[in-house]
Design a protein around this ligand. Structure first.
Ligand code: SF4
Ligand code: SF4
Length: 110
């Protein structure tokens, strides 16, 4: 298991799909497969409020951009997300970051 994780806070995800496209391009992933996929959650009504979220989810094809990280670069999905939803963080910071982000955070440990 890696000492680092992809920390994803989808609160500000705009569903632009740039993470999907850049991951596909970087890793030559065919059009019918995904290294990361933005799932749509909603619209659903909860306690009178509408909820509609976009949630980027790395797949088993994600290798954490090993080549880029060996060169000291961020994964391409991290680098290209304009909303800064995806970050690389040390695994020992996960609990703290989850507490700060609240319910819109997910973690992927390669
Ligand atoms: S995670 Fe970032 S790049 Fe991916 S769809 Fe959301 S805003 Fe776009
Ligand atoms: S870390 Fe790299 S391989 Fe994994 S989802 Fe992001 S761009 Fe794709």
């Amino acid at each position: 298991m890696s000492d680092y994780a992809l920390f994803i806070d989808y609160k500000y995800c705009t569903n632009c799909h740039v993470c999907e496209v850049t991951c596909r391009t970087e890793h030559n992933i065919p059009l019918d497969e995904w290294g990361i996929k933005v799932a749509e959650m909603g619209p659903v009504k909860l306690n009178g409020k509408w909820m509609w979220n976009y949630v980027p989810v790395p797949s088993d094809l994600c290798d954490f951009c090993a080549d880029r990280r060996e060169r000291g670069e961020d994964p391409t999905c991290v680098h290209h997300c304009l909303a800064q939803c995806i970050e690389v963080i040390p695994v020992d910071q996960i609990t703290e970051r989850m507490k700060l982000a609240g319910k819109t955070a997910t973690v992927f440990i390669p």
